[in-house]
Design a protein around this ligand. Structure first.
Ligand code: AMP
Length: 541
């Protein structure tokens, strides 16, 4: 039909081009691995992203080839976000907290061709590079003079010598907006990690939605500090939404302790910060004894795990900082709900408002949600009935990369593995998790992996791993163990047995020896019953 609007593909390169033209002088400040602060502007970032695109061309990378990163939040990582995706390749952000075996597995599964890494991860790269069969190019995110001699890594280049001499102009290619732009593996599922593959279209739609006033509420007047890592679901999309709004960006690099974060917030006049509860716990713990206050911070978005009530109180009542409780998933780009009040809630008492604020929040336009019972029947939105939360929308996964795990959708809906209530105003609250995983400090621990290691010990007959609430890490794993008849193993021996078999932080905090683990009719371990049995258990802190 005649008379329609223009159809321009929604491509990530548009974001950096827009930021350069309209917010070219807005700053991007990064704490570097070297410890110093680096500052430049969106204009510089746009120039250097185009240099990265040229440098990738010079490696003869094809369309949709994967470029991996093992990097903190910083300006070079941002340039890769735009240079890699903008030129039609796929940015694969790898979580450096995973065990080296898992990192090698992921890099091979993604068939990464290039790995760009911060020098803090050199030992990790040295440990895995021999097993990463598809990676042809290793690039250290540093100046030429910082490149380590004799690293043992073949053809190692410094980022600056690789891209620094490339031209700063580049004609970003135009292609289908449904092309893959980036990917992120999640361990929040059973079995091997699976990857969510984001598209240009899903990323831009998510960036638009994230910036809305009732979502993250981002603007050109903000200075945003994403503490949430750029290797974890694209730092909740902030690198894209910041360019879309022209907000100043402040990157913490590797320094995420309370003191460093506080100093950065104050020095760079940060108005807005985003991260998981554990990071904010460290910040509050640093500030309280010293009687420190924020002079510019206005809002903080807290998600990835449930935000503890004491944290909302501490920010809002103690420091006058508004807490935006957010819920989402790697499979959802990640934003699903944000907790912001409606007009009618402004008349509620402070206590009633607080009750609402602790919920995970309302769906963003673009995210459809429903709760269902075990038979898949939709349940009412009464704030009491709970069921598994299903979602669908244009930035929600259709299937995992390479179709791993089969078709995850149920009648077109993605089952989140979270159990929730939804009230009449659409406020969703998570009450439980049906997936068998534990989240500690914002990162997943697979109960099954932890159990498999325990049962590999000759004296262990059966083992069940559950998460126990922890004041700093949100949850920590413990392992309940039934010993084989006539055999013995001590707590210490079993914990030692984990060393080298999983990442250190995934090793259980404790071993509890039990006579039996409750089983269901089909022989499946009943974790809910086990949790009940251990309800008086106190985690050794
Ligand atoms: P990830 O894919 O690592 O981002 O983890 C997503 C999962 O983290 C969700 O399915 C929830 O189980 C959990 N999660 C994320 N945000 C929250 C929140 N605000 N409250 C409770 N759980 C959360």
């Amino acid at each position: 039909m005649l008379g329609l609007m223009q159809s321009q593909p929604l491509l990530i390169s548009l974001l950096i081009e827009f930021a350069e033209r309209h917010h070219g002088s807005a700053e991007i400040v990064s704490r570097r691995v070297e410890g110093d602060l680096h500052r430049y502007t969106y204009k510089d970032a746009a120039h250097r992203s185009r240099q990265v695109a040229h440098a990738l061309d010079s490696l003869k990378l094809g369309f949709s080839d994967r470029v991996a990163t093992l990097a903190w939040n910083g300006y070079r990582h941002l340039e890769l976000y735009y240079g890699v995706s903008g030129s039609g390749r796929v940015l694969h952000t790898i979580n450096p907290r995973l065990h080296p075996d898992q990192i090698a597995w992921i890099a091979n599964h993604a068939e990464d061709q290039v790995l760009c890494f911060d020098l803090s991860f050199l030992p990790l790269v040295q440990a895995v590079h021999g097993r990463c069969t598809s990676i042809k190019h290793y690039i250290a995110l540093c100046d030429a003079d910082k490149l380590p001699a004799d690293s043992g890594i073949p053809n190692l280049l410094s980022y600056e010598s690789w891209m620094g001499a490339q031209p700063t102009d580049y004609a970003w290619p135009i292609f289908d907006e449904n092309t893959a732009s980036s990917m992120c593996y999640t361990s929040g599922t059973t079995g091997n990690p699976k990857a969510a593959l984001y598209s240009h279209r899903s990323t831009i739609l998510h960036a638009y939605a994230a910036a809305l006033p009732d979502v993250m509420c981002l603007s050109a007047r903000d200075a945003i500090l994403p503490v949430v890592p750029m290797f974890h679901v694209n730092a909740w999309g902030i690198p894209y939404s910041a360019a879309l709004t022209g907000a100043k960006l402040v990157f913490p690099g590797p320094a995420m302790d309370g003191k460093s974060i506080y100093e950065l917030i104050e020095a760079e006049k940060v108005t807005y910060a985003a991260g998981v509860p554990t990071v904010w716990q460290m910040l509050l713990t640093h500030m309280k004894p010293e009687g420190l206050k924020f002079s510019t911070l206005k809002r903080t978005v807290i998600g990835g795990s449930a935000c503890p009530p004491a944290m909302v109180h501490a920010f809002q009542d103690g420091y006058g900082v508004e807490v935006l409780h957010a819920w989402g998933m790697t499979e959802m780009s990640p934003l699903g709900t944000l907790c912001t009040l409606k007009n009618k809630h402004l008349a509620l008492s402070a206590q009633e408002q607080m009750k609402l604020r602790l919920k995970q929040g309302r769906a963003i336009f673009g995210v459809d949600m429903k709760i269902v019972d075990a038979a898949g029947k939709e349940l009412p939105w009464d704030g009491k009935t709970y069921g598994e939360l299903y979602v669908k929308g244009p930035w929600i996964l259709r299937e995992y990369y390479k179709g791993e795990g089969g078709d995850p959708l149920v009648d077109g809906w993605f089952p989140t593995g979270d159990v929730a209530t939804i009230d009449a105003d659409g406020f969703m609250q998570i009450t439980d998790r049906s997936k068998d995983v534990i989240k500690s400090g914002g990162e997943w621990i697979s109960s099954i992996d932890i159990e498999n290691i325990a049962v590999a010990h000759p004296a262990v007959a059966m083992a069940a791993c559950i998460g126990i609430a922890h004041p700093k890490w949100d949850e920590r794993p413990i392992i309940a163990v039934v010993k084989r008849p006539g055999m013995n193993v001590s707590r210490e021996e079993l914990l030692k047995f984990y060393e080298g078999k999983t990442a250190k932080w995934q090793i259980p905090d404790d071993v509890v020896f039990v006579d039996a683990i409750p089983l269901g009719a089909t022989g499946k371990m009943l974790k809910t019953r086990l949790r009940d049995l251990l309800k008086d258990y106190i985690l050794p802190l």
